[in-house]
Ligand binder design. Structure first.
Ligand code: GAR
Length: 192
């Protein structure tokens, strides 16, 4: 069983999908939130998973924040790290230490609507503004290039004429993110 840490910042529906999937090759042993009071922490506690809040605002820069996380994950013998709605950019050093073992879920079909500044609802606002008829989600390996790492899985989702950013976000989560994230994490854990 690979030891998995999940990094979160918000509601934690992707964390919930990972918990509910019941991974065979990995176990979520730690959930770390960059935001105090994130609902994802409650989800983890309800599932009996150890939690830690490490507010990004308490650190002067991404480097010092990433160093703290590296230390923590090495101490805890973490094999795989999942960014599940984690809204903080990690330093290159973090990507180097855990190369090939960090997974992110992005709410669009990369290379569309991705990169610096594209996160959360903003991604769906931009997709609607551009008028795309198909969007979706991508699970990829994290490298120093924002949303630029190798793609593990993608799933397309239709955009409807009357969609708002909120309705589109919900459909992309339900039909794509919650499906492909657990599958991709399972596959990676089994392969490592
Ligand atoms: C998800 O849609 C996830 O893809 C997105 O934030 C949301 C988090 O929801 N992540 C990004 O935009 C990362 N660039 P959740 O907290 O309910 O899982």
């Amino acid at each position: 069983m690979k030891r998995i840490a999940v990094l979160v910042s918000g509601g934690g529906t992707n964390l919930q999908a990972l918990i509910d999937y019941k991974l065979k090759s990995g176990e979520i042993v730690l959930v770390v939130s960059s935001k105090e009071g994130a609902f994802a922490l409650t989800r983890a506690e309800n599932a009996g998973i150890k939690t830690l809040t490490l507010p990004r605002k308490n650190f002067p820069d991404s480097k010092s924040y990433s160093e703290e996380l590296i230390q923590l994950f090495l101490e805890q013998d973490i094999d795989v790290i999942v960014l599940a709605g984690f809204m903080t950019v990690l330093d290159d050093s973090f990507c180097a230490v855990f190369k090939g073992r960090i997974v992110n879920v992005h709410p669009a079909l990369i290379p569309s609507f991705c990169g610096v500044g594209y996160y959360g609802l903003k991604v769906h606002e931009e997709a609607l503004k551009r008028g795309v008829k198909i969007t979706g989600a991508t699970v990829h390996i994290v490298t120093p290039e924002c949303d630029g790492g190798p793609i593990l899985a993608q799933k397309a989702v239709e955009v409807r004429d009357n969609d708002t950013p909120e309705t589109l976000q919900r459909r992309v989560m339900e039909e794509a993110e919650w499906v492909i994230l657990p599958e991709a994490v399972e596959k990676l854990c089994a392969k490592l």
